[in-house]
Design a protein around this ligand. Structure first.
Ligand code: PEP
Length: 249
């Protein structure tokens, strides 16, 4: 049985005030212990989040990391710095990083390795653009992104990954993949992973991300190969985020 994970990617949004409000809302919501919940605020809020969330079951994630452990990389943050902030998850390969910050598959792999080396759980984001979908290239693009990482890792390392399928055309656009479209891609990824190693396919948590909201989460999360959600916009609204968490439990 795969335990669902609902993770809220705040992107370059949020404040100390939102952190406190979210913590209080999550505590009073009494979300089922059968769901893992994490918030992924900007770097500047991580240390405060570590304190605010101490003793709660809400996990903490970071939005990216640098592959090197230290050095002359002005403005960057390493994996060990994240662990000091109490971070457990780290997004890697989010489409905004791939597009706006030119992170290619090799850069993504280097970050996955750095995260695993520090004991963090990388949430590997993959997904096709609208142009690629319309050119019938979903399988080639998505499995290409998966393969670059999976083929480079040991069986033990692979088992510590989480993946998030995020069709780029659905991120922040209000245009969600239908449950059937999402399930189709998730099933394809899981089948590829199972061919590689049945235990890997069975155990991998595959999240869906892309305009998941309170009113569509139930249908998406009830698909057999969707094991949770990576939530952007709706994770900034405590009531919506909590409704999504409840839909997963
Ligand atoms: C995301 O940024 O990972 C995301 C899924 O955003 P949104 O939910 O706003 O589409």
């Amino acid at each position: 049985m795969r335990k669902p994970l609902i993770a809220g990617n705040w992107k370059m949004n949020g404040s100390l005030e939102l952190l406190e409000t979210m913590k209080q809302a999550l505590t009073s919501a009494q979300i089922s212990s059968s769901v893992d919940v994490a918030i992924i605020p900007p770097f500047t809020l991580l240390m405060s989040a570590k304190e605010v969330l101490a003793g709660s079951s809400t996990g903490l994630g970071a939005q990216t990391l640098h592959p090197e452990s230290s050095g002359a990389y002005t403005g960057e943050i390493s994996a060990s710095m994240l662990t000091e902030c109490g971070v457990g998850y780290v997004l890697v390969g989010h489409s905004e990083r791939r597009t706006l910050f030119a992170e290619d598959d090799q850069a993504v792999l280097a970050r996955v390795r750095a995260a695993l080396g520090a004991g963090l759980t990388p949430v590997l984001c993959i997904g096709e653009t609208l142009e690629e979908r319309e050119a019938d290239r979903v399988e080639t693009v998505v499995l290409g992104q998966v393969k670059t990482v999976i083929d480079a890792l040991s069986a033990e390392e692979r088992s510590r990954l989480v993946m998030a399928y995020e069709p780029v055309w659905a991120i922040g656009t209000g245009r969600t993949a239908t449950p059937e479209q999402a399930q189709q891609v998730h099933a394809m990824i899981r089948s590829w992973l199972s061919d590689k190693d049945p235990a890997l396919g069975e155990g991998m948590r595959l999240l869906y991300g892309g305009s998941m909201k309170a009113d569509n989460a139930g249908d998406l999360l009830s698909q057999p190969d969707i094991d949770g959600g990576l939530i952007g916009g709706a994770s900034l609204k405590p009531d919506d985020f909590i409704a999504i968490c409840h839909a997963a439990g």
